[in-house]
Ligand binder design. Structure first.
Ligand code: SF4
Length: 387
């Protein structure tokens, strides 16, 4: 059964599957007090209306721990002309109470390119902040915790991509957005899980090639190969959250919850995708739940996603298999407060890398905007060539 990752978090851990427990609600209360913030009548007036958005996951007794930080963050955003880009895997008090733009990597990349704000705070992981900086070089991009990395982004370097290109001359390179700017700079196009199949099809057409190099997630590559029939050269990167789901998990969940609808993210292993009822990016999973209102559902993705979708579908019963991303959970309300207060930690991308990475991101953004594409389930695993 999928379980909490042994996350190297250092403060306030108390276990269980509540991501707020990982940070420690009372740690948040202490964090507010340490910053001279309290749950005063003025804070109540500013923040309490937001509680409605998170009452399904934040017990009333815990709200005074979060409200002072939320009120202070929202005030600083106005004063400093800042926006917060909140990824779907953020905890609900961040996602719903301080996030200005919310969504998956693709949605956040589009917002980063369009916003008029002077400051972007990336409530997500480091590669996302780099993507924002690539698209909005004139803006100050802050990440609240420099340790917020990603196992996929860490699996490959620019030098690796150069070696792969030398080995497969003339084959276009598509890199998943979950990579460093240095890796994107070596690529012909970027993709997210919302548009991976569309970008691979575009690359095959534009390069007149029957093969596409798709890096670095091996499972995403296999899942895209099964959808498109295009030959894929892959890398052996894995998302440490999604690789833990197994068909045995799924069988146990279905046995325990008759009628359960299983939705899988395409970073899951191909046999899990084949056994799911529906598969797609976080945006596609959210759309499915909101449009179809299954009685009981499980999202085979990061645990906080269920909490955040539940706000839009309060009538749906979510089974939560407790797989947290330790990198996403580095981002806390107090970290966001400190980032805005002290203008830390600024993300910088060397200009020559930024320009080349932006070219690859722009190739993706230039494709016709379409609804996040679902992955057909029930397909046999496709063979890919590992570079
Ligand atoms: S969930 Fe997986 S892909 Fe996303 S940031 Fe965490 S490790 Fe990376």
């Amino acid at each position: 059964m999928a379980r909490i990752i042994d996350a190297p978090l250092t403060h306030g851990e108390s276990g269980g599957c509540d991501p707020r427990a990982v940070h420690g609600t009372w740690g948040a209360l202490n964090a507010a007090a340490q910053r001279g913030l309290a749950y005063t009548p003025a804070v109540r007036a500013k923040a309490d209306a937001l509680y409605e958005r998170v009452k399904h996951v934040v017990p009333a007794v815990e709200w005074p721990a979060y409200a002072p930080l939320i009120a202070a963050i929202n005030e600083m955003k106005r004063e400093k002309n800042a926006v917060i880009l909140a990824h779907n895997y953020m905890t609900s008090e961040i996602f719903h109470c301080v996030g200005d733009f919310r969504g998956d990597s693709l949605q956040l990349a589009r917002e980063a390119a369009a916003t008029d704000a002077a400051i972007i705070v990336q409530a997500g992981v480091h590669f996302m902040a780099e993507t924002s900086k690539c698209l909005a070089p004139e803006k100050t991009v802050l990440i609240p915790d420099l340790r917020a990395g990603c196992s996929l982004a860490a699996s490959i370097t620019g030098a690796d991509v150069r070696l792969i290109k030398a080995r497969y001359p003339g084959v276009p390179v598509v890199t998943y957005v979950n990579t460093s700017a240095e890796v994107k700079a070596e690529s012909d196009g970027c993709c997210t899980s919302s548009n991976a199949a569309a970008v691979v099809e575009w690359a095959a057409r534009a390069w007149n090639s029957d093969r596409v190099i798709l890096l670095p997630d091996e499972f995403l590559a296999k899942n895209v190969a099964a959808q498109t029939g295009i030959g894929i050269v892959a890398w052996h990167g894995r998302c440490e959250v999604h690789e833990r789901f197994s068909v045995e998990d799924l069988a146990e969940m279905r046995a325990a919850h008759p009628g359960l609808v299983v939705l899988a993210h395409p970073e899951c292993p191909p046999d899990v995708m084949a056994a799911a009822d529906f598969a797609g990016s976080t945006a596609a999973l959210q759309d499915y739940v909101v449009e179809n209102r299954p009685t009981k559902v499980v999202l085979l993705t990061e645990c906080s996603m269920s909490d955040n979708v539940a706000a839009a579908a309060p009538d749906v019963d979510f089974i939560r298999p407790c797989n947290l991303c330790p990198h996403m959970k580095r981002i806390t309300l107090e970290g966001i407060y400190d980032a805005l207060k002290h203008m830390q930690h600024e993300v910088v991308v060397p200009e020559d890398i930024r320009v080349r990475a932006k070219r690859a991101i722009d190739a993706m953004l230039a494709l016709p905007k379409e609804k996040p594409r679902a992955f057909a389930t029930g397909r046999p695993e496709a063979a890919v060539e590992l570079a």
